[in-house]
Design a protein around this ligand. Sequence first.
Ligand code: GLU
Length: 472
Amino acid sequence: MSVVTRFAPSPTGYLHIGGARTALYCWLHAQKHKGEFVLRIEDTDRERSTDDAVQAILDGMDWLGLNHTQGPFYQTQRFDRYKEVTEQLIESGNAYPCFCSKERLDSLRETQMENKQKPRYDGKCRNLSSDEIDLSKPHVIRFKNPESGSVKWIDAVKGEIEFSNTELDDLIIARTDGSPTYNFTVVVDDWDMKITQVVRGDDHVNNTPRQINIFKALGVEHPEYAHVPMILGDDGKKLSKRRNSVSVMDYRDQGYLPEAVLNYLVRLGWSHGDQEIFSLDEMISLFDIHDINRAASAFNTEKLNWLNQHYIKTLPVERVIEALNWQIEHQGLSTQNGPALNELVPLFAERVHTLKELAQSIIYFYNDFEEFDAAAAKKHLRPVAKEALQLAYEKLTSLSEWTASNIQSVIDQTAEELNVGMGKVGMPLRVAVTGAGQSPNLDVTILHIGKERSLKRIEKALAFIEQREQAG
Ligand code: GLU
């Protein structure tokens, strides 16, 4: 049987990080077995589902590169099919109309709660005779869950799981208005779409016995299930929108590469020895749903940062630039007037963890800064630095060839001639040309800032020092 997996989000919000991990695991399993990956939009909750959320999910999947081979299928477009299967279950005696009023069900629930029983439907309409059935009256359709025995499955992640049928009541599969309910649509879809492995969050474990019973009533085999434990925040608590970045697109906005996010997500709940870095090909060949961790995994921003830097350093520079350009545009920056980005990326790769930091770190190569960083200027643009700056300025002005080695010689010679340490020349110069106290090596930094711009900035620094002197 060829492998078919599916990712089945409900479009009630953006694609969150837990959903993305589930999608990745489904995608990897399909890729590994050269199977199909279905995208299914579970939009039957019409009040909470929105077109924007559908788009956000599609965008998130696209950004991560988790391409589906079938779909997207929308459950709201399959109502006729759900109806057909509902009829089939009624005809085979596995489902029945229930006429119980809301009042009756409420008072049943109340009594059960008072008696410390688990609230469940008591089966009043389970065995109505044909003259007790009047389909013109408001009714729901319930699935006839077996009354005894148990449901058991070997979960690919959690091992054997068993539920007694007495814990499950007769689930509503169609509401009064005829609309189908979640556990039922999932079964019909998983069946029709020939899903072989259901990988999903373990918040669905309690739904699985109900779904398996419906499969059994339909006389079809159920897929294999793999219930993935949840993701906890850095603080060990459940991920929350308030405390954590949970939308996948937030990670793009913050300057993470999809390559890093995928690598991070694959490890968040799965491991292969102590290997941390996985190319997509490696993930595909090594990943196995049976090796997914049983325990919940905690988010670790430091590790994500480390991985992101790894990919900034090691991906082909054109790829990093593609993502960096998005970030530059997103931040409203411009890199029109200055060096080619492929000159700068290698210089900064060791110094930044995200493309956002990278974009902000290179601004001074393209745009003049308004003011020197106050702390750096206070420390390094002092009267004692004037002589060094002046001499370096003259030497730089007369350089005929603007190369890194010539610029380095200027710095060296200035220090030598003034008989001062390199730092006494380098630091004022760095603050003068970059506006701040930190940058890559000064020779290449000055090289890429360019001659005219560097000289203008040194003039500005000298004027700054003078002003400072006058101010006393
Ligand atoms: N639509 C469900 C959810 O977003 C997933 C259902 C499933 O994977 O079976 O939680």
